[in-house]
Write a protein that binds this ligand. Structure first.
Ligand SMILES: Cc1cc2nc3c(=O)[nH]c(=O)nc-3n(C[C@H](O)[C@H](O)[C@H](O)COP(=O)(O)OP(=O)(O)OC[C@H]3O[C@@H](n4cnc5c(N)ncnc54)[C@H](O)[C@@H]3O)c2cc1C
Length: 218
């Protein structure tokens, strides 16, 4: 009797799990790094409520119930999920450069148990450009390394149905819609929303391509 394979299957998979995406997709040439970001939540009444968000080097944003959200720290390769008091000080000082008197007011208003906040992690590439598009089958690519030394992105052996959308850095809100549209166009064979040169700059295979081009002949 043949045993049925019950593992989940799909004709298309888009890996969108930020810093874990390369591992999940089995990519060895798509390195990303994490950047820790700590936000500070200032409770109602602790500082004068803002009428509008203030954004520059940092930001202070009025959110629900009179709370003000300020941020954010930017700590490369730091995977500590704990809230750290120095992060709050950094956020307050940063906003203080935009709002005169803010830092002094915050100093006076700090709650007994310290400020509350939140920590999250950005995922970035070394060129700070997202990874968007169809992934390459690295095993096949290396088995054809000799022929691929002068390759262009379109020459690479792509993994059928496997796409990536990750490494949005600090700009996920802006980039993700465009990324989704680009991948949908690639899947459907429709005109792309951006020119090929820009899509190639975001191609998750760009780092692999560099390795193949620099590889010495065996
Ligand atoms: C403090 C801070 C402030 C920011 N401010 C802004 C801002 O003002 N504007 C802006 O555009 N961007 C901002 N960003 C960046 C924004 O958060 C990211 O660009 C965006 O979240 C990226 O979206 P994503 O879906 O690629 O990754 P994420 O939002 O990180 O989502 C990845 C998802 O994958 C899941 N996942 C991970 N591993 C696995 C696994 N093995 N299996 C299953 N699921 C998995 C995670 O649980 C998560 O749900 C900020 C980031 C931080 C940290």
């Amino acid at each position: 009797m043949t045993r049925r394979d019950s593992s989940p299957r799909a004709p298309v998979v888009i890996v969108a799990s930020a810093h874990d995406a390369a591992r999940i997709a089995g990519l060895h040439h798509a390195a990303t790094r994490i950047v820790r970001g700590q936000l500070t939540l200032m409770p109602p009444g602790s500082i004068a409520a803002l009428a509008v968000p203030v954004i520059g080097e940092g930001y202070a944003v009025p959110i629900a119930n009179g709370t003000t959200l300020i941020g954010a720290t930017y700590e490369v390769d730091d995977d500590d999920p704990a809230i750290r008091p120095p992060g709050h000080i950094e956020n307050i000082e940063r906003v203080g450069t935009m709002l005169p008197g803010f830092a002094a007011a915050a100093d006076q208003a700090e709650p007994e148990g310290g400020w509350e906040g939140r920590v999250a992690f950005r995922c970035v590439t070394s060129d700070r450009i997202p990874m968007l598009g169809q992934l390459v089958d690295e095993t096949i690519a290396f088995s054809q390394a000799q022929q691929l030394r002068g390759a262009w992105p379109r020459d690479l052996p792509r993994a059928p149905g496997l796409f990536g959308a990750f490494a949005y850095g600090s700009r996920g809100l802006v980039w993700s819609t465009l990324g989704a549209e680009l991948i949908a166009s690639q899947l459907e064979g429709e005109p792309w929303p951006i020119e090929r040169e820009l899509a190639e700059a975001m191609d998750p295979a760009r780092y692999l391509l560099r390795v193949l081009r620099q590889r010495k002949a065996d």
